[in-house]
Design a binder for this molecule. Sequence first.
Ligand code: PMV
Length: 385
Amino acid sequence: MSTKITKKETKRDEFVIFAQKWHRLKTTDFIPESSLENLEEGKVAWQTPSNIALVKYWGKKEPQLPENTSISFTLSNCHTTTEMHFEKKDTNGGFCFDVVFEGEKKDAFKPKIQKFFERIEAYVPFLKEYHFTIYSKNSFPHSSGIASSASGMSALALCLMSIEKLRSPAISEAYFYKKASFLARLGSGSACRSVKGSLVVWGAHEQIAGSSDLYGVDFTEEIAPVFENYQDTILLVDKGEKQVSSTVGHDLMFDHPYAQNRFLQAGENIAKIKTFLKEGAVKDFIALVESEALTLHAMMLTSQPYFILMKPNTLQIIQRIWDYRAANNSNVCFTLDAGANVHLLYPENEKEAVQHFIEEELAVFCQNKHFIHDYVGQGAREILL
Ligand code: PMV
């Protein structure tokens, strides 16, 4: 493979500039005008889902902009609930907040949130006016190996947008959600895909209307019935902390010998998956989704330094999925995140059979036989307090 930036890559760069200029909101559009209401205190809350990418985002540039377009299914059962209390306070020019996670004060989470606040300060000028207490919990077990940064950061972003809306009631719903996704992106890239559902695209792409590097957008193209209510069972192969964070992984795409071709391939896969989703081409969808998962891990295997996030049981499960699919003419397939856990994706009409197969044959490869049944969801929901 060539390491040169190809003609097509340059075309994407040109398209991104064009898109930002003419069609989409720009970074500066997210800096609010002075707010109308003077708000002393209050509380807001959101429940926000996790998501699973079909075409993967791997590789970014400052400030948290993707090197390629990605698309994900929004999930339902795996979510974060965050309640944010705020009260006016002289913060001495700093950020002032406490974090309570699942009932316990968690100072260990503060540096990540501090960094997030620093990144979004220009767009959320009231951040230094308040003391915030952030109460957060996840629906999935702690240390399950399921990344909580997507749901966690999108919950924070939506809570902040609710406060902005209280102070500036005139902001439109469309702007509210776009900015929530924009802010979430600055916390954790894939978090920008955890605001809406059921399919979200992040990263400017010529064939996706309204797409932007700055925030995720709803995939509004036609979707065949087979892809509605798609199921995702997460097999928890390894519940430990990841040995390599996604930040380090993204950074390793900088000098990666295959990076430019990978970014091109992702763009082509977005165009292909759009057709497969429309035509209900499940077999083609399977081939693309599994290839995307293995390509993501191939990037890790071929980076310097190289690393392996799959475990022996990840491969055991993949082999069994392939055997089961061939023996039963099934449409079940797998995808992987940056970890050892396996996501099993399947149409709703195979739910009973596939869940039986999981219990009988795959649970044994999971840590403590633990798996989570989930399905595609519609996005975040505000909790009225
Ligand atoms: O959002 P981050 O920086 O944690 O990156 C996540 C990247 C993958 O989960 C591996 C792929 C994706 O598109 O979600």
